[in-house]
Design a protein around this ligand. Structure first.
Ligand SMILES: [Zn+2]
Length: 485
């Protein structure tokens, strides 16, 4: 566990250029917005022997720790005392019950409103299982969501997962406490670079079929946005970088705990900048994979590549951020398409494809215990504005890259060309979030992946209105915040 303190320094900005200490101090002081900020890091590495999350095909628990994993916080306070905390995790996702527990804790103990906290998961497929399946209406015991967890191990795995969630909540408590207690004068700046190892992973495989395979023609977002947090000392000490990228953390499929490529990126940057904390804010990675994959040295190389891209972003002209910081959050209900009938599910449960058969049986069990299916699911949309210098939109679920490309364009136009940063995997990660295009094309990200989800009940693919509803929510929240200026 590390906590960082900031020392004072002065930043000099004239017409967008850093000009060193040659200007009078008065001009310098008037140029820098008086932020306060602090970071904190907590080790959240599970015990070896914990069941892992990410691949339904895994047949046993983790065998060893390849690399420790972390949760990190970046707390920011503006000149009016407005506070916001980013919390990032080297984990597969954010379960909704965990988000609810964090909101309760943050409100009661730290006076933070729900919209003033953003939780984001790196989506490492080499971390611990953090979700459990709770049958609707108390129709049965909580269970591990992975079909390969043996019946005789259920009690152990459920207990491990509950205990891990408890420890994780204690970790967030520690992160909020330390970061908010240690706020120090700081400057914030934004810059960006590019990095190329993410590739679209949807390749046409025949009529209506999509293979999970690298598609160099498919849409990508190679931008690496970087929020720089510097102390106000003479050296302008770099205290933290929060960086984004749209790419699955799926280089590795070992039985060993690690942060995958984002874990290596954060570690390498921190090793190269002793005293600086690197936080990863996962982007719209839903249909993006790292290539090449599967060997440890590729996780290390992509991590190194990303750490170098952050360095490159530090060399580009950076845009100072002025306050205030403002945020808004809503949970629009996204409808599902028509659910399957009991007869269709009974047929599916007999399928030769074992995942289809299991999914059919899973939905039949839900019908039996709950008497019906949910008609919609609330997907979180959060918008954070740093004055009008930067707009950050964060959407829940495994958001495909089309959202990033569209929101950067549309919110960028709405805000007069100011930078826009789009994150996915935020506040609740329940399943994939396809665009209208991907939904209509079908395949894994279009709805096929829902058959593997056993922690929440998704009875049918999302309604095609999903993209308009989520983009509309982000645009409405941004416009509302802009009006408050
Ligand atoms: Zn995924």
């Amino acid at each position: 566990m590390k906590t960082r303190f900031f020392a004072p320094f002065v930043i000099l900005i004239v017409t967008g250029l850093l000009v060193g200490l040659s200007l009078p101090d008065r001009a310098a002081e008037s140029a820098a917005y008086p932020w306060k900020a602090a970071v904190a890091t907590v080790d959240i590495t599970p015990e070896p022997g914990t069941w892992m999350a990410g691949y339904a095909a895994r047949k046993g628990p983790s065998e060893k720790i390849l690399q420790p994993i972390h949760a990190k916080a970046l707390a920011i306070e503006d000149a009016d005392g407005g506070r916001f905390v980013f919390v990032t995790f080297d984990l597969i996702g954010i379960p909704r019950p965990f988000r609810d527990a964090v909101e309760k804790l943050a409100g009661e103990k730290y006076g933070l409103a729900p919209e003033a906290i953003l939780l984001n998961a790196s989506h490492t497929h080499s971390g611990p299982m953090i979700r459990l399946y709770q049958p609707p209406k108390g129709g049965g015991e909580e269970r591990a969501p992975y079909a390969n967890v043996p019946d005789e191990e259920q009690e152990l795995r459920v207990r491990q997962t509950r205990e891990y969630n408890k420890k994780l909540l204690a970790a967030v408590d520690q992160l909020l406490g330390e970061s908010l207690e240690n706020l120090q004068p700081a400057t914030l700046a934004w810059s960006h670079a590019r990095c190329g190892f993410a590739m679209n992973r949807r390749t046409p495989g025949g009529p209506g079929e999509w293979k999970n395979s690298p598609n160099p023609e498919g849409p990508v977002d190679h931008e690496v946005p970087v929020l720089q947090v510097r102390a106000t000392d003479d050296a302008k000490t770099l205290k933290a970088v929060m960086f984004g990228y749209a790419c699955h953390a799926t280089v590795l499929s070992l039985m060993e705990i690690s942060g995958d490529w984002p874990g290596y990126a954060q570690r390498y940057f921190e090793e190269d900048h002793p005293g600086t904390v690197a936080l990863f804010l996962n982007g719209c990675s839903g249909d993006q994979n790292p290539y090449p994959r599967r060997l440890l040295h590729y996780a290390e190389r992509h991590g190194r590549n990303m750490a170098t891209s952050i360095e490159a972003a530090l060399e580009t002209p950076s845009k100072p951020m002025a306050g205030p910081i403002r945020s808004a959050l809503k949970w629009p209900e996204i409808p599902y398409q028509q659910p399957p009938t009991r007869a269709e599910l009974e047929e599916k449960a007999k399928s030769k494809d074992r995942y289809d058969a299991r999914h059919g049986q899973f939905l039949l069990d839900v019908l039996d215990t709950a008497g019906g299916f949910p008609k919609s699911y609330p997907v979180p949309v959060q918008v954070v504005k740093f004055g009008n210098d930067l707009t950050l939109a964060a959407i829940g679920g495994e958001v495909v890259v089309d959202y990033s490309l569209r929101l950067k364009k549309e919110l960028g136009e709405a805000t007069g060309g100011a930078p826009v940063w789009v994150a996915g995997y935020s506040n609740d990660v329940m399943t994939y979030i396809p665009s209208k295009r991907v939904l209509e094309e079908g395949g894994y990200e279009g709805g096929g992946a829902m058959r593997y989800v056993r922690s929440t009940v998704h009875p049918a693919p999302w309604d095609p209105s999903i993209e308009e509803r989520l983009v509309g929510a982000a645009e409405e929240l941004e416009a509302g915040l802009r009006k408050e200026e």
